[in-house]
Design a protein around this ligand. Structure first.
Ligand code: NAD
Length: 291
C-alpha cells in the first residue's frame, strides 16, 4: 500500500462490517458509521471477531490484527467522516437514502473525497445524482462475504470521471481485490447470472429434483462451484436474496428473477440463514462472513 487512507463506511450491517474488515486489514484508518450506538458496537465487534479468528487460523500475523483493530473506530455521527479520503456506503438498498447521504456528505467531506456505493441492483447514475460532485461517485460492488471474496465489480456512473474511476481501481487493488468493470446496469455482471441460477436451484428443490444437500453437491462437484447455492444463500441471507431478486425483477421484467414461493415462506418464518441460525441448513450459533 502506498499510503494509508482514511475510509468511512456507512452502514454496519453484513456488507459494511465486511468492507470495514477489508479496509482495516489493509492498514487504512477505518470509521464505521451506523444509526445507533448498539449497531455500531455490534459492527465493530464483528470486525474484531473476524480479525481474531484470522490470527487463530494462522491467516494473519497478530501484529497486523493489532494494527487493524487500533485503526478501526465506530460512530453514529456523519460529521466524523469529515477527514475521509473515501466513503463507502453500504446502507439499505434504497436509492433515495443513498443519494441523500452522498448529498449530505458533500458539505462534510473535502471536495476530493471519493464516494463509493455498494449497491447490488440500483442505478449508480441515479445515486450519483444526489451529490453535487457526481463525477466522484463510483459503484464498487463487493461480493459477500467481503473479507473472503476477491472480486469487486466497478460500475461507472454516467457522470464518473476517468480520474475517480482509476483512483478507485487502484484503491481496490491495494485491498488485494480483483476488479471487473461493468456498465451501470441492474445487477451488473455477477447478479445477472447468479440470481436466476439460485432461483432455478430453489425451484428445483421445490419440484423435488433433489435435496438441499444433493443439489449443493451437484453444483460443487459437478459444476466446480466453490460452494453450493444453498450454502451461499444461507450466508447471503434469504431476505437479502428476496430483495435483490425483486428489485431485478421489477427493473428487468424477466420471470427468472422473481423470488420463488419457498423464499417468501422462509423469510416469513424468519429462516434467513446463518444470521438467524436457520436457513436451508441449521447452525449451532449465528455466524457472519462464513468463518
Ligand atoms: N448482503 C449481500 O450479500 C450484499 C452483497 C453485495 C452488496 N450488497 C448491498 O450492500 C448494501 C448493504 O447491504 P447489507 O446486506 O449489508 O444490509 P444490512 O441490512 O445488513 O445493513 C445495512 C445497515 O445500514 C444501516 N443504515 C441504514 N441507514 C443508515 C444511515 N443513514 N447511515 C448509516 N447506516 C445506515 C442499517 O442500520 C444497517 O445496519 C445494500 O445496498 C445491498 O444491496 C449486499
Amino acid at each position: 500500500m502506498d499510503k494509508p487512507l482514511t475510509v468511512g463506511i456507512l452502514g454496519a450491517g453484513t456488507m459494511g462490517t465486511g468492507i470495514a474488515t477489508v479496509t482495516a486489514r489493509a492498514g487504512h484508518r477505518t470509521i464505521l458509521r451506523d444509526l445507533t450506538e448498539a449497531a455500531v458496537q455490534a459492527g465493530v465487534g464483528r470486525v474484531r471477531q473476524f480479525l481474531d479468528k484470522s490470527v487463530e487460523l494462522g491467516k494473519m500475523p497478530a501484529e497486523q490484527r493489532d494494527a487493524a483493530a487500533a485503526g478501526l473506530t465506530g460512530t453514529t455521527g456523519l460529521d466524523d467522516l469529515a477527514e475521509c479520503d473515501i466513503v463507502v456506503e453500504a446502507v439499505f438498498e434504497d436509492v433515495a437514502l443513498k443519494a441523500e447521504l452522498f448529498g449530505r456528505l458533500d458539505d462534510i467531506c473535502a471536495p476530493t473525497t471519493l464516494f463509493h456505493t455498494n449497491t447490488s441492483t440500483l442505478s449508480v447514475t441515479a445515486i450519483a445524482a444526489g451529490s453535487s460532485r457526481p463525477e466522484r461517485v463510483v459503484g464498487t460492488h463487493y461480493c459477500n462475504p467481503a473479507p473472503l471474496m476477491r472480486l469487486v465489480e466497478v460500475a461507472r456512473a454516467r457522470q464518473t470521471s476517468d480520474e475517480a474511476y482509476h483512483a478507485t481501481t487502484e484503491f481496490l487493488a491495494g485491498l488485494g481485490k480483483v476488479t471487473v468493470t461493468t456498465r451501470d446496469t441492474p445487477g451488473f455482471i455477477v447478479n445477472r447470472f447468479l440470481i436466476p441460477f439460485e432461483n432455478d436451484c430453489i425451484r428445483a428443490l421445490e419440484a423435488g429434483l433433489g435435496t438441499v444437500e444433493s443439489i449443493d453437491q451437484a453444483v460443487t462437484r459437478g459444476l466446480g462451484h466453490p460452494m453450493g447455492p444453498f450454502t451461499l444463500l444461507d450466508i447471503v441471507g434469504l431476505e437479502i436474496h428476496r430483495a435483490v431478486s425483486l428489485s431485478l425483477y421489477e427493473q428487468l421484467r424477466d420471470a427468472r428473477f422473481a423470488p420463488p414461493p419457498l423464499v417468501e415462506q422462509m423469510v416469513a418464518a424468519g429462516h434467513l440463514g446463518r444470521k438467524t441460525g436457520r436457513g436451508f441448513y441449521t447452525y449451532d450459533e449465528p455466524r457472519m462472513f462464513g468463518t
